[in-house]
Write a protein that binds this ligand. Sequence first.
Ligand SMILES: [Zn+2]
Length: 212
Amino acid sequence: MNSIEKLTTGFKSFRDGDFEDRKTTYENLVDGGQNPKVALIACSDSRVDPATLLQTDPGDLFVVRNVANLVPPYEREGHYHGTSAALEYAVQHLEVEHLVILGHAYCGGIKSLFDKPTKGAEGNQFVPPWMSLVQSAYLRVEGTLPDSSDDVKARICEKSAVLVSLENLMTFPCIRQRVGAGQLRLHGWYVDIREGSLQVFDPVNQQFKAVD
Ligand SMILES: [Zn+2]
């Protein structure tokens, strides 16, 4: 079975199994519309599928996936703000109660910051400018731990990047307003698929803490 046949076979298995079992759930989600309480920004990385990692049901999560699970700052100018459009829809229209940034270990996007790719080279047209969103996290770890290995620095940078995205979320007026009104809460999470661990950022102690 090739990789595409695996997908279509998977769909048939879903259709005849899970879909059949949850037919009422799907009907309700179509007739009543979706009403997720949580929007989540995850990485495009094939190993960190939120529905698998968090064992969610249909309708639970509104998900945005992009390279390195980044949130850009609010900008009125510009052209195609896919992540910002999804955030606006989640917050303004779905009125989600939680926004989660799901960072992860061994992120290729974060690793690219340490690989120092040649900007503008073919194949590196879009990733470097996108990853420059968390250049501050990269510079901070290079400044504080110059002698550590790139691996150690990348793990720290992955977590710092989650915090940068949390800060950027608050630059969106609709998000700032709803957080201020107590209608929306922001969460920074970090998953390690080698350890099988999930860490949650504690804003009081300014640290990530493992979930038991
Ligand atoms: Zn990633």
